[in-house]
Design a protein around this ligand. Sequence first.
Ligand SMILES: NC(=O)c1ccc[n+]([C@@H]2O[C@H](COP(=O)([O-])OP(=O)(O)OC[C@H]3O[C@@H](n4cnc5c(N)ncnc54)[C@H](O)[C@@H]3O)[C@@H](O)[C@H]2O)c1
Length: 329
Amino acid sequence: MALRVGVIGAGSMGKHHVRIYSELPTVELVGVADIDESVAELAAIHNVRFHKDYQELLKQAPELVSIAVPTSLHVEVALAALEAGCHLLIEKPISNTLDSAGAIIESAKERGRKVFVGHVERFNPAVIALKDAISSGKLGEVHSISNLRVGAYNRRIFDTGIILDLGSHDIDLISYLYSRKAEAVFALGAAKIHEYEDHAAISLKFAQSAAGYIELSWLSPYKVRKMFVVGTEHFGLVDLIQQSLIVYDGKDWVDTGLVERDEPLKLELASLVEAVLNDQPPAVSGEDSLYTIQVALAAIESYSKGDAVHFPEHANEPYPTALNSNERG
Ligand SMILES: NC(=O)c1ccc[n+]([C@@H]2O[C@H](COP(=O)([O-])OP(=O)(O)OC[C@H]3O[C@@H](n4cnc5c(N)ncnc54)[C@H](O)[C@@H]3O)[C@@H](O)[C@H]2O)c1
């Protein structure tokens, strides 16, 4: 039987949820809700019911809802959808405060519902290939991962700075590749064109002095999404937009041939629908995203006070958080 799914918030991200769910054979898309009435046209194209009020969509009894409203509204919509008995896919980051993220996770636990968070880069085929290359030892011992994520600012992002909005991708990715939580963060950041910080440089410290570096900017006219991975055997370079992984083996750049390109969001949504249908745990859980905002908010604190923030409680903590003891890296 198909899973009954609804989408709340169908702007630049949510419209892709609508398109992909409408194409998944395991999904019955029961409705789309958005305060913007022009979304009714999108709903009509996909032959799905439109609601201006998301509470009306919740009355259609969807089993799963995608929440792609602005980040500061996630908590209100998530708690209402949980009350209506839905499993959730919340776009990343889970929320903009630790308390509101904790409230979502707590409510889901009480109601026995699953919370997936849309850290879509985990489903980028180039990241999947890089994770394989690191796990198989192809790169040697990895001691530095640097992510560059820059591009022009879009005014629709009004309620968070770049660290929560984009940096949460990279905090998740680097921790995922090390299979560990960061033990300290130090950041620089400032606001030039936005109310919140619009450029930042973040350093993360992991076990055995492994490092993560994240350069973020909304001041760049040119869009770049790259990862540079320093291993003792090979140097890896990932282009997240091109979905490529090439390694330098000491003599030459080598195409690993490991990357089969696909749409990351399609892979993410197909995987979560399967997880709900088969009662499996989320690939990217609410707890994972809570960790990413904990580190992101600490990075904001760090650049504000000019000092590092330490997480002694993260020493030797595995990541993703949902891994059980026999799957830990
Ligand atoms: N995973 C990713 O790579 C990725 C990329 C972009 C955005 N996002 C996340 O998706 C979320 C939305 O971002 P966006 O860029 O699509 O923003 P957007 O402004 O383009 O879309 C938000 C939509 O929510 C609607 N909305 C606002 N309040 C509503 C309400 N009360 N009820 C119903 N609809 C409401 C708006 O009308 C708009 O259509 C954010 O949390 C953002 O961080 C994730």
